[in-house]
Design a protein around this ligand. Structure first.
Ligand code: 9WO
Length: 247
């Protein structure tokens, strides 16, 4: 069935947003994935349709009510599919997690606003808290768009060039461990700068070795954390099997 992102938000107009404009948008029109957006306010009751209330214990700001969010999750989330809450305190989003999510049938994304969501509803629904980075946004929506973009480009048929999603930075042979090598296109000489000779000579084995070495150098220089992980993985993982077939 069609991979589906189910989004719960107080700002449904933010979806598909930028995802409607490019690769993911075309794939959405082609029916390669599905987007189901629900306004959390639809599940509020009473004259004022209040979705938030003041925090117990005092303090600034408002908290999203557990009863409202609970009804929204019951209406939208699907048994057996992950339900994620986007928050800076979550598990960091990695290409490994993105791949896991793309391998499933879909997911639900709860986008918080204000100071966040009442803790009890996060517990009840076993929401998996996910972070896209160490900064605070004004709500979970932009983080949800980032996550959906990362997943959708991995879905079958979405990338025009099948290979390119696999060859780059965090391809399957690398298990999210290496950064991308430098890229060059025409002209071969631009403002006195030449393209590395190896790329012009058509020796594809040599090109592959050069790119791998450059990817490793850039990862070592810029992301020692990823480099450590790469060194550990390549020591314990045999360099054979289908995931390394392109090497
Ligand atoms: C607000 C705040 C204010 C002072 C000190 C710490 C603070 N944390 C927050 C906060 O986390 N507000 C959130 C706003 C409540 C849930 C939705 N919001 C949100 C999600 N902001 N940023 C994200 C987010 C999600 C995923 N990855 C990175 C950021």
């Amino acid at each position: 069935m069609t991979w589906t992102a189910r989004v719960l938000t107080l700002f449904p107009a933010m979806f598909p947003g930028p995802l409607g404009a490019s690769l993911a948008g075309r794939a959405l029109e082609q029916g390669l994935w599905h987007l189901a957006v629900r306004d959390i306010r639809d599940f509020a009751e009473g004259r004022h349709r209040q979705v938030d209330d003041t925090p117990f214990g005092g303090g600034a700001g408002m908290v999203m009510r557990p009863d409202v969010v609970d009804r929204a999750l019951q209406a939208v989330a699907v048994e057996g599919e992950p339900a994620l809450y986007l928050t800076p305190r979550g598990r960091p989003l990695t290409q490994g997690l993105v791949r896991e999510l793309a391998a499933g049938s879909g997911l639900s994304l709860l986008c918080g606003r204000y100071e966040g969501v009442d803790e009890r509803v996060l517990e009840k629904h076993r929401l998996v808290e996910v972070s896209i980075g160490d900064y605070v946004l004004s709500g979970g929506e932009l983080a949800a768009l980032v996550l959906i973009d990362a997943v959708v480009r991995l879905l079958p048929g979405v990338m025009g060039n099948q290979a390119s999603s696999e060859e780059e930075s965090f391809g399957p042979g690398f298990d999210g461990l290496l950064l991308e090598h430098p890229h060059y296109t025409r002209p071969a000489l631009w403002e006195g700068r030449a393209v590395p000779e190896v790329l012009l000579q058509g020796n594809h084995a040599a090109i592959r070795r050069w790119r791998q070495a450059e990817a490793e150098r850039i990862t070592r220089e810029r992301r020692p954390d990823l480099w450590t992980g790469f060194c550990e993985k390549t020591r314990s993982t045999p360099r054979t099997g289908k995931s390394r077939a392109q090497d």
